[in-house]
Design a protein around this ligand. Structure first.
Ligand code: NAD
Length: 282
């Protein structure tokens, strides 16, 4: 594995965390976004997170400044030509990702692996669109990336053994625990998690209990560290809705229909902690 330069596409909740973790373990990272504003937000949130991690002595003996210095923030994608590994963490939309990934695969060197952090979209379909399906893979980090140990590694129909082995090794370099799954809508994590969150939103909509009561029941009764509505706010309600839409369309099963209240919250711009209001206020 000769990977030094990482190119991260999308500087939202996940892209910033992914950039931070790669930088912590010594990689040079370019964090790319079409929005200057998102890059500013990512820089501020990485700075805060690095300070917290330093206090807990989780920066591999490095200072927050040293780690932050490994990340370049850019609205230009010139660094793609130098990248040794590309990971896309842009908005959860198939057409948008297809365009971004086709473009990125056209600019990155031929031998470079291109990965997507998608929560639910077909790795096989995205890989085919890039024209390098053997070198395309799902590398699904969890939120918050610096804290969560799991990386769900998703193998598309044509992903090669070498691409899989390299991605697994790379995740281990970040001290994450990679778990391999095959490409199926929502993979394992979101095929199981999202219908639970969606059902919690139905319970709220139907007045079965308050948001606090729903979360308390799942925390105290099922030993979940966080209730499903609080977790939905952390993930982003727009991201939750996008994932439910993917599951609903891909399986054609009404059990995955997104709750109307979830849709209404997204229409209103109440996207959870990132917008200051979701099922709770922040
Ligand atoms: P987000 O809405 O916080 O950020 C998305 C970013 O993509 C924004 O900064 C946006 O400006 C950027 N973007 C949009 N179009 C772009 C383009 N053409 N080029 C470059 N950047 C572009 O979303 P997020 O929560 O960070 O999710 C990103 C991906 O990670 C999605 O695929 C999502 O499903 C997945 N994911 C999210 C979570 C979570 O908890 N939020 C967890 C795991 C995986």
């Amino acid at each position: 594995m000769n990977i030094r330069n990482i190119f991260v596409i999308g500087a939202g909740t996940m892209g910033g965390g992914i950039a931070q973790v790669f930088a912590t373990y010594g990689f040079d990272v370019t964090l790319f976004d079409v929005s200057e504003n998102q890059l500013h937000r990512a820089k501020a949130s990485i700075t805060k997170s690095l300070e917290r991690m330093a206090k807990k002595e989780l920066l591999e003996g490095k200072s927050p400044e040293e780690v932050a210095g490994k990340i370049s923030f850019s609205t230009a994608d010139d660094a793609l030509a130098e990248a040794d590994f590309v990971i896309e963490a842009a908005t959860e939309n198939f057409d948008l990702k297809r365009k971004i990934l086709t473009d990125a695969a056209g600019k990155a060197r031929e031998e470079v692996i291109v990965a997507s952090n998608t929560s639910s979209i077909s790795i096989t379909a995205l890989g085919a669109a890039t024209g390098r399906p053997q070198k395309f893979i799902g590398m699904h980090f969890m939120n918050p990336v610096p804290v969560m140990k799991l990386v769900e590694v998703i193998r598309g129909l044509d992903t090669s053994d070498k691409t899989l082995a390299t991605t697994v090794a790379l995740a281990k370099t970040l001290l994450k625990t990679p778990v391999e799954v095959n490409d199926f809508p929502g993979f394992i994590s979101n095929r199981i998690l999202m219908p639970m969150i969606n059902e919690a939103v139905y319970c709220l909509m139907e007045g079965v209990a308050t948001a606090e009561a729903i979360d308390d029941i799942m925390k105290l009764g099922m030993a979940h560290p966080m209730g499903p509505l609080r977790l939905a706010d952390l993930i982003g309600l727009d991201v939750c809705l996008d994932i439910m839409e993917v599951l609903h369309e891909a399986f054609g099963d009404s059990k995955y229909r997104p709750c109307p209240l979830l849709r209404k919250m997204v229409f209103a711009g109440h996207l959870g902690s990132k917008s200051g209001r979701g099922f709770y206020t922040y």
